[in-house]
Ligand binder design. Structure first.
Ligand code: HEM
Length: 434
């Protein structure tokens, strides 16, 4: 007699290697139609199988209740080449020590102290866009949002040292992140070459005994509560490089999709305009995201549902487990796909419809907690989620107050399923002043 936990999940007989790319995305969509919530793929090139899980209870088991059995899975080696052993890629003791040390830097009070710089970055953007609006010229939304998000995360990290660097070099060396879109090995090499600028900033602060109100100083000053030790330089550098990339691309692409969705849904846009017209909703430089109307946040949450930048992530089982009633041998790479999860009819009525009211508190309470994972869940939940929401609500409320954005393309933008879920081509928008 076969025990239920020894039954293998169904899956195709052909071999496939899943990865964060377009081919894997179409394969996943196709296989979920054929095999349902849990399916297995035999690898072409590796000895371990892959398991795709779409059931919210199973996802909870992997990310939360049985999390000790799961480490980051396939693809993490490539992330490590780009980001080093920072929070995104580290494991075990190193990860828990670093998470403990970095977490206070993302406390909501610290994030509130970045409101002024977030506000200023949007004031500058609106000034530039006003010129475009007056001349009737479209803007390259994708490019401009990439620049905005990069500028905000770099200023939160390095404060005015960023201006010193730009003055010294005559340009911002980190612009590489917006000018180059590929995230391959040559890009990783160029990005890692930027570490010397960060090391110079650290050295200058030490020499001048200068403490600033930014993340760099916060991370330099933090002490391990058990040992009293500061973060070693290598770890500090890896965390900073991680935060630059993790804090830039995700936010930029979330906003890119948000504006596209708004341009296609005039009723949602009109409701957003009324929400931000309420007197208490105008975000000032000193205000946190909580000051803006709840609907602004709901619009963003709904955009993150349809287009979660982290559309696919992986874990690897350390020991045998059972998921969806199927046997999961040790070493299996488990794939969690928020993009598909967020469109499941089990949790979402008419999933293709853009409806921010799905995030009214009562609706959220009624839903499975693991049906919505734009920032993942469990202990490896995105450390920058509050930062990102503060930045995005501020941007959306300020810009929607000034302009309507009209999509300038003739066909709907195609999604590009890479490490992040981006638009395949830059989106251009016409601005209508309000
Ligand atoms: C809309 C914006 C963002 C989205 C959708 C997003 C999404 C995610 C997701 C899905 C993960 C988990 C990945 C996994 O477990 O494999 C993650 C982790 C992480 N994110 Fe974000 N993120 C965003 C913004 C940010 C920002 C602004 C920062 C920092 C400034 C940041 C820093 C990180 C870091 C350091 C981790 C690793 C945390 C750990 O493992 O301890 N993210 N993010």
């Amino acid at each position: 007699m076969i025990m239920v936990q020894e039954v293998q999940a169904p899956g195709p007989s052909e071999r496939h290697d899943l990865d964060a790319n377009d081919e894997s995305a179409s394969l996943l969509f196709d296989l979920s139609q054929r095999y349902g919530d849990t399916f297995r793929l035999t690898s072409q090139s590796r000895s371990n199988d892959s398991l795709v899980i779409l059931n919210a209870d199973d996802i909870r088991r992997v990310l939360q209740t049985n999390r000790g059995n799961y480490i980051k899975g396939i693809g993490i080696e490539r992330v490590r080449v780009l980001l080093g052993n920072g929070l995104m890629a580290s494991e075990g003791e190193l990860w828990s020590r670093q998470r403990r040390l970095v977490q206070p830097a993302f406390h909501s009070q610290v994030i509130r102290s970045f409101s002024a710089l977030m506000h200023q970055a949007n004031v500058d953007l609106i000034d530039r866009w006003s010129g475009h609006a007056a001349r009737g010229e479209p803007v390259n939304l994708t490019h401009d949002l990439s620049e905005l998000a990069l500028n905000i995360v770099l200023r939160a990290l390095f404060g005015t040292d960023l201006d010193r660097l730009i003055d010294a070099k005559g340009c911002n060396p980190f612009d590489l992140l917006t000018s180059e879109t590929r995230r391959d090995l040559p890009f990783a090499a160029k990005f890692r070459a930027l570490t010397h600028h960060v090391l110079n900033m650290i050295a200058a602060r030490r020499q001048e005994q200068r403490i600033e109100m930014d993340l760099l100083s916060t991370l330099m000053e933090v002490r391990d509560r058990d040992t009293g030790e500061a973060m070693p330089d290598r770890a500090l550098l890896d965390e900073l490089m991680t935060l630059i990339v993790a804090g830039h691309e995700t936010t930029a692409s979330a906003l890119n999709w948000t504006w596209y969705l708004l341009s296609q849904n005039p009723q949602v846009e009109a409701r957003l305009h009324s929400a931000i017209a309420e007197p208490a909703s105008a975000p000032g430089p000193a205000e946190a995201s909580s000051a803006t109307a709840p609907y602004v946040e709901q619009v963003l949450q709904e955009a993150l549902r349809l287009y979660p930048p982290g559309w696919l992530f992986t874990r690897r089982a350390l020991a045998d487990d059972v998921l969806g009633g199927f046997h999961v041998p040790a070493g299996t790479d488990v794939f969690i796909c928020p993009y598909m999860l967020h469109r499941q009819t089990t949790h979402w009525d008419q999933p293709e419809v853009f409806d921010p009211l799905r995030f009214e508190p009562a609706a959220v309470d009624a839903r499975h907690r693991f049906a919505y994972l734009p920032f993942s869940a469990g202990p490896r939940y995105c450390i920058g989620a509050t930062f990102a929401m503060a930045e995005m609500t501020m941007h959306l409320a300020m810009v929607a107050d000034r302009f309507q954005l009209r999509y300038d393309g003739t066909v709907p933008p195609a999604a590009e399923f890479q490490v992040n879920l981006r638009s395949r081509h830059d989106l251009h928008m016409r601005l209508v002043a309000r």
